[in-house]
Design a protein around this ligand. Sequence first.
Ligand code: 13P
Ligand code: SF4
Length: 401
Amino acid sequence: MTTQTKLPVVPITELEQSAFCQTEEELESKSLVEEFAVGVRWQRIPKKYLGLSPEIIGKRIQKAKKMLGQKVVVLGHHYQRDEVIQFADYTGDSFKLSKYAASQNNAEYIIFCGVHFMAETADILTNDDQNVILPNMTAGCSMADMAITDDVLDCWDDLGSVLKNKIVTPITYMNSTADIKSLCGENDGVVCTSSNAEQTFEWALKKQGKILFLPDQHLGRNTASRMGVSDDEMIVWDPFKSLGGNSEEDINKSKIILWKGHCSVHTRFTLEQIKKARHKHNDVKVIVHPECTPDVVDNADLYGSTEFIINQVSNSKPGTTWAIGTEINLVNRLAKENQDKNIFCLDSIVCPCATMYRIHPAYLLWVLEGLVEQNPTNVVQVAPDKKKNARKALDLMLSLS
Ligand code: 13P
Ligand code: SF4
């Protein structure tokens, strides 16, 4: 059992979160040199790409994609910039994209415009002769960085010592490293996304034991609350405190153990913003992502994954007013595509997900031109031993959904 209290570390990816926050609605891409001027440190890229304008980059991406044909598939998560998403052969939330990656038997290269854990997941789900490429290797996720393998292993050992033979099912949100997914597979656990968290909780609760949910405390609490689990049956595990900051009695009594992680994008939304939106527009519908804090989710009209948000907003009646609590690139795109509705972001300060934003179109161009020259860059490869167990946990997720 670990007794030491460790010093908290703020992930670099979280520190950079405010770098591109602004008050204007538009987030137009600039050349890389201009974007680097705010002081961010992204992956090194050959100098020749630094000064290219988004227009030139766009033309060259089109050309490279044409030359590569069916050999390459480009996937784009909904939080990507418009200048990137326009080149995606397929867009989706993390669940839809993982299913799509698993079905792409013909493509030799899958370029994943998203973040590192998504590219790892695609590598786990695709065949051994396929390669997954992440255009910018520093496109991580601050939430995934909050669940470091050693800390999670310490927690797992501590739970084993305190709970002896009681069943604990580890469930990890897709937004975690392949190591954590593998730990779940190895210990009869499962992966979930924001579209299927309830199904996985239902499955785990039937085993009559406890759930260790990683790494997003808010998605975990929001999901468990909807399933009738009360707050006093949930504890939070802080990896920087001995026994996660809990007593042995609390751990024994708990039903759900929530890892103390969060999304720096979705925790910006507040109850105050909801009140303000309702005050200004009495007919407003508030829709938020379940990574938001429980007070925000409880006071919204609807909540769900990015795909759910898109479906609800797109299928609503003309004239509907929507206040949306999710990443700004998606909110802006929905507003553009649904001009017959009044759509705005709950937060008046525009903050893109800083790590999704690291997929600047110049990086997409760099990896595509590398493939044209038969020089693949940024191939993401999960170690075979981790792949096996992570795949087990992912396959279970796909079968439960
Ligand atoms: P979904 O794609 O599952 O909605 O999750 C959003 C997210 O935060 C991706 O990182
Ligand atoms: Fe990670 Fe949040 Fe960005 Fe998703 S939106 S990639 S959870 S930081």
